[in-house]
Design a protein around this ligand. Structure first.
Ligand SMILES: Cc1ncc(COP(=O)(O)O)c(C=O)c1O
Length: 475
């Protein structure tokens, strides 16, 4: 069978003609070369914003597969998969004026024309995808920035707000690296963290807020004790005091919880974890609403874009493009994976909770978890079914010695400082991830010496249960 050729102009030709006519109109009406580039850039910004708004209306799995890399991009780059622009810099400027406008941030039309510390097409596409996932049900625009690691994302989401003498309030249930950043590095800068020891109590947060407070910071669910924050209540408190709520949502991922939708202003991720579950890359991300509540006037609008054009460019924590594309590919199946590991985790948590050698299991899916009701309300897949993530921790009866013995004999998964992998991974936090914390800080953060952090993988849950039972019976 042959295709019938229509003697009339096809819709393809009509579209091409319209595009060329628009380009000619712009060239003719521009008073100067500068004006031409400014108009071109403005059009690109508007197109991106419109694309983002319509993408956010799509289903979660569609967004996580396609992002904004559409068929036009595939044609332009001659590649169905997102290309790895592993390059220090991209295409030459169209003219000197074009380059001068680009590097003075007056235009933003093509990320691939800029030095990769500042912008890069591959990294930009990853940031757009994550911004759309996190902003799925957020009515306004959401903007994203990808960085070299989760820690650089925590840093870049928080430091812009702080000047010498400023304070911020944080839950003390945070990842050991964030605790060190706040307690050690920030102290040297003259930035003071006020820890909340009982982060489930909103009044405990309010007591720490002073007129120097620049933001509230919470990690939810937290690593490794799985504290789950009431984000809508915290956002309300933050906004009452005119400050933003910043949430580290690494463990939930946007498949299970989207803090911006729940009232938060800024989300940070260690993208190195479940979002990049194959474990091929270290990466971080920040996503913020276009307008946030803050008492630092310059960041009321376009926080992410201002950081990107300012501190991010100056400090240089850029992501490596091959890492960006590894994460991009992992994101394609995010919700499917999070569902599978959450189901496995639920079975394993239930098994452990009834085991005689186990003192306590921290898993938000168990009714015994102190914030189970909060988790049930906030952690849900797109279809409304609750899910509680891949991460849990448990305390072994017999104290430090029993946990060390377990670590010596347990032969399932991988014993590493890592989580969110396709493989099961587990670790003894008191002697590894949280080893730098003082005894007092560990006690206050609820990390006992007999705790094992356990990140559930895609292996059959029955195999994990059999191995856990075997190891525990030998203690
Ligand atoms: C909750 C959380 N936030 C931030 C980080 C830091 O991320 P990265 O290792 O990618 O720098 C981690 C690392 O384990 C984490 O678990």
């Amino acid at each position: 069978m042959t295709v019938q050729h229509n003697p009339k102009k096809s819709s393809f030709l009509e579209k091409k003609i319209a595009e060329l006519e628009e380009e000619i109109r712009k060239l003719k009406t521009a008073k100067s070369e500068e004006e031409y580039f400014l108009e071109r850039s403005e059009k690109m910004i508007q197109k991106r914003a419109a694309q983002m708004m319509s993408l956010k209306k799509k289903g979660f799995d569609t967004i996580s597969l396609w992002g904004m890399y559409d068929q036009d991009d595939m044609k332009q780059f001659k590649s169905m998969t997102l290309p790895v622009f592993s390059t220090s810099t991209g295409a030459p400027y169209d003219s000197l004026i074009d380059g001068s406008l680009l590097l003075s941030y007056k235009t933003v039309d093509d990320p691939n024309k800029i030095y990769s510390r500042i912008d890069n097409t591959t990294i930009d596409h990853l940031a757009l995808k994550i911004a759309a996932l996190e902003g799925k049900n957020v009515p306004e625009l959401t903007q994203g920035l990808c960085l070299a690691s989760g820690m650089s994302a925590v840093f870049m989401a928080t430091m812009p707000f702080l000047e010498v003498g400023d304070e911020f309030v944080s839950s003390n249930r945070v990842y050991g690296g964030s605790e060190q950043l706040f307690n050690v590095t920030y102290a040297r800068m003259g930035w003071h963290v006020r820890w909340v020891d009982e982060p489930w109590d909103i009044s405990a947060w309010e007591k720490q807020i002073t007129d120097k407070t620049k933001f509230l910071y919470v990690e939810s669910p937290s690593n490794p004790v799985l504290f789950v924050a009431d984000i809508p209540a915290l956002a309300e408190l933050a906004h009452k005091h005119g400050i933003p709520l910043i949430v580290d949502s690494t463990i939930a991922s946007p498949a299970l919880m989207r803090p911006l939708e729940l009232g938060a202003d800024i989300v940070v991720h260690s993208v190195s974890k479940i979002m990049g579950s194959s474990g091929r890359a270290i990466a971080g991300a920040i996503v913020a609403k276009e307008k946030i509540v803050t008492n630092v006037e310059e960041y009321e609008e376009n926080f992410v874009m201002k950081v990107k054009g300012g501190h991010y460019r100056n400090i240089g924590p850029c992501l490596h493009p091959p890492s960006a594309v590894a994460i991009w590919d992992n994101l394609n199946s995010l919700q499917v994976r999070v569902k599978a590991v959450s189901e496995n985790a639920m079975k394993i948590a239930k098994f452990l909770e009834t085991h005689e050698k186990i003192e306590k299991v921290n898993y938000p899916g168990l009714p015994s978890h102190p914030q189970h009701e909060v988790a049930k309300r906030l952690m849900r897949f797109e279809d409304g079914t609750p899910g509680y993530s891949h991460l849990m921790s448990f305390e072994i009866r017999g104290g430090f010695e029993a946990a060390v013995r377990f670590a010596q004999i347990f032969d399932f998964g991988v014993q590493v400082t890592d989580l969110g992998r396709d493989y099961t991974t587990w670790v003894h936090p008191a002697s590894t991830t949280h080893g730098q914390m003082t005894e007092e800080m560990k006690r206050r953060a609820g990390i006992p010496d007999n705790l094992i952090r356990y990140s559930v993988g895609l292996e059959s849950a029955d195999d994990a249960i059999e191995a856990l039972d075997r190891a525990l019976s030998q203690i």
